[in-house]
Write a protein of this length. Sequence first.
Length: 313
Amino acid sequence: MITIGIDIGGSSIKAALTDAGQRIVARTRRPTMAEYERERTISQIDECIGELLAHVEARDVEGIGVGVPGAIDLENGVVYYPPNLPGWGEVPLADILSRKWDIPVRLDNDANCAALGEAHFGAGRQREHFVGLTLGTGVGAGIIIGGRIYHGQRGFAGEFGHITINSDGPLCNCGNHGCVEAYVGIHYMMREAIPLLRADMNGLLYQRAIANPESLMPVDLSEAAQQGDTTSRDILRDTGKRLGIAIASAANLLDITTFLIGGGIAAAGDPLFEGIIESAIARVLKVHRDSLTILPAELGNDAGMLGAASLML
Ligand SMILES: [Zn+2]
């Protein structure tokens, strides 16, 4: 079965053509252009599809799967108010694309697609039940139960980023205080990190934190931590600890003890994972303690596309 998988992110659209063995045989990407009206973004998606269809006969493509950063009406293929695509509102994206290309289209949430990708091709391959976390601008999760995505009653399950870990914590995009995302989302995390880096005059990132703070990203912290910078290591470790609080709660709630950590911040490596494990083990109920397994995801940026392509299986 030849399929197309598309991963729509806030800044770029990634798309791949997969062959019968679900291997990527061609790929492309375009800027999302989320700052323009939605037709612009949809035409970027169309350009990706057009480019990939140049490699095959269109009639051989059995479906297009699309991961979208927002809530989805799965049955009708409608996207609802994706927060990182401000001009969208309610968009019947499956209809729009399938009419244009005459190919069946299925949508799902982007974090669900990433978890599904890991389930089929990555770190979740041998695992029936796990939670796949995607740490980026937002913090999303796909809950895999029995090898399938758990969508919840209306399709909105997996909003891991909006679990409250501190009722008096910083204000989150969703309007609540102290959500996981308000600590671990890239912008929130760096906003909290900058004053700490500025306070460490001997730290490796001191100069940049003073002169050019907006250029700093989590990957800079992890590189500095690897070179022995203790402030960077502590920031990553504390971020991990906060994530671990919510992971322990999720494990207690779901009786799922495997968590795969993917997305940009996950590349921060050891200090982050040490923090996660330390706080999750300390908080999870004793019955889960021995089986708690926290692993890096394996597919990196391909997880969303591969998962989206496998929506058609
Ligand atoms: Zn929130």
